[in-house]
Ligand binder design. Structure first.
Ligand code: NAP
Length: 281
């Protein structure tokens, strides 16, 4: 590992942060590309968020990733917030400019779409409606990405319907909110099903859904990556459908930050996947 006195610095700010895979992921790239840099976990309690963020330029940081619970709260301390982060309502990447200004953006939407393109290369946005389950932070990024890609209709279902309606209102167009109980019967003609709920995660119940009405060209994408093959993906695979797991989104969302901080656009490939899986499998 290369680490000199002038190493480029970045990290991940959260509370807690010990579970984050980001130091391992960025550490792999730093090593792989022989970069004089470090990416460190920064455990920052909410009460210290303002002083921690405003100290980044003073400490010489090139920037940070931001994770739970700071993704929304951090926005007020930034000089500029990108258009996509404003639409999603959350920042997951901060870049310190040469003028020491703090720019916030959100790379989850691009991470989602890059993962879909890499692992379901035959999917096209004009193939038909997308069904999105969930209306939390991850759903906002997925909806932003699907609208930007030109998906003609998004069917949005959430256990708490009001949250789905609020999400639909803030994005405005092409979103049809349906009752959570209709999740199996709303799949006909859908070209994509995305689970953005926590259902299927380790220690969480499985997602209860019937896939019989999904067309055979449909893609099923689960954002949950622990376990890597969720019961939903297992079920979809048995139906012969193309499946996309959540790990790729996690890897792809890290690319823009790494490039901005360390000056190299890193590759998401199988070697990286296997390395990161060493902690998640
Ligand atoms: P969040 O904001 O807390 O949203 C959680 C969502 O799950 C809400 O829509 C919630 O519905 C729903 N939910 C929770 N328990 C449920 C249940 N028993 N039945 C039905 N719905 C339930 O979380 P988030 O940040 O959006 O993350 C959601 C998932 O995506 C997590 O598993 C996270 O690990 C994953 N994720 C993955 C990536 C990636 O890179 N692959 C990135 C971001 C997130 P209510 O509104 O009704 O509570």
């Amino acid at each position: 590992m290369t680490l000199s006195g002038s190493a480029a610095l970045a990290g991940v700010m959260g509370c807690p942060v010990s579970h984050s895979l980001s130091p391992r992921l960025h550490g792999f790239w730093l090593q792989h590309y022989g970069i004089d840099g470090a990416y460190v976990p920064l455990a920052v309690a909410p009460v210290n968020l303002a002083s921690a963020v405003l100290s980044l330029p003073k400490l010489g940081f090139r920037g940070v990733n931001v994770t739970v619970p700071h993704k929304e709260g951090v926005i007020t301390f930034l000089d500029t917030v990108s258009e996509v982060a404003q639409r999603i309502g959350a920042v997951n990447t901060i870049v310190v400019g040469e003028d020491r200004q703090l720019l916030g953006t959100n790379t989850d939407a691009v991470g989602f779409m890059e993962n879909l393109k890499q692992n379901a290369p035959n999917w096209r946005s004009n193939f038909g409606p997308a069904v999105v389950l969930g209306a939390g932070g991850a759903a906002r990024a997925v909806v932003a990405a699907l609208l930007d890609a030109g998906v003609p209709e998004i069917r949005l279902l959430n256990r708490t319907r009001e949250k789905a309606e609020n999400l639909a209102k803030s994005f405005g167009r092409s979103i049809v909110v349906l009752d959570w109980d209709h999740r199996s019967i709303c799949l006909s003609e859908a070209a994509l099903l995305v689970n953005t709920t926590t259902l299927g995660m380790v220690n969480q119940p499985s997602l209860d859904i019937e896939l019989d009405t999904l067309p055979d060209y449909a893609v099923v994408n689960d954002l949950v990556y622990a376990p890597l093959v969720t019961p939903l993906l297992d079920h979809a695979g048995l139906h012969g459908l193309t499946t996309v797991d959540g790990l790729g989104m996690l890897l792809h969302q890290a690319v823009p930050g790494f490039e901005a901080w360390f000056g190299v656009r890193p590759q998401v490939n199988d070697e990286l996947r296997q390395f990161v899986l060493g902690t998640t499998a």
